[in-house]
Design a protein around this ligand. Structure first.
Ligand code: MN
Length: 160
């Protein structure tokens, strides 16, 4: 586990004001990799797509949510790593706090990466199967060419 991976997550939040987890809980080893999608009604409604990797949730904000149509590629903006106990979080983040608004669990389950997920993440092409309550089957996340100083954009799509 990379120790500093959650530094950005913690820096954005005041845990005396928000009920979101601080990420201090220990991570259970040897279990299936989790994924979660949270519907987040913040300043702009979006869906937070999170894949457990190396003891944290790699996270993307997907404006329109995932699509089951392989032709519909969805923009997924990479955001800071989240603690794995965020996968059970639902609630209201107070206005004025980072991400203020309501967070609802939309789907969760297990994800099965194709190949080594850490290497695939580094290379910017993740292929995987989702075994969720809503989403099942094969999906891919593909990183787009970086833009100067901007956020890191990926495309989330259903594959075949
Ligand atoms: Mn969000």
């Amino acid at each position: 586990m990379r120790k500093d991976s959650l530094a950005s997550y913690r820096a954005k939040r005041d845990f005396s004001q928000t009920e979101e987890p601080s990420g201090k809980a220990a991570v259970a080893a040897g279990k299936a990799l989790r994924f979660v999608i949270q519907k987040h009604d913040a300043s702009r409604l979006h869906y937070d797509f999170r894949l457990e990797l190396d003891g944290v949730f790699k996270s993307w904000a997907v404006t329109r949510g995932p699509s089951l149509d392989p032709r519909e590629k969805r923009l997924a903006v990479e955001v800071e790593d989240h603690p794995v106990d965020y996968g059970d979080f639902e609630g209201t983040i107070p206005e004025g706090q980072y991400g203020g608004g309501t967070v609802m669990l939309w789907d969760r389950g297990e994800w099965i990466p194709e190949g080594d997920p850490a290497e695939a993440f580094r290379k910017g092409k993740l292929s995987f199967e989702l075994r969720g309550e809503k989403l099942q089957g094969r999906f891919a996340l593909v990183r787009l060419r970086p833009r100067d100083g901007g956020k890191v954009h990926w495309l989330l799509m259903k594959s075949g």
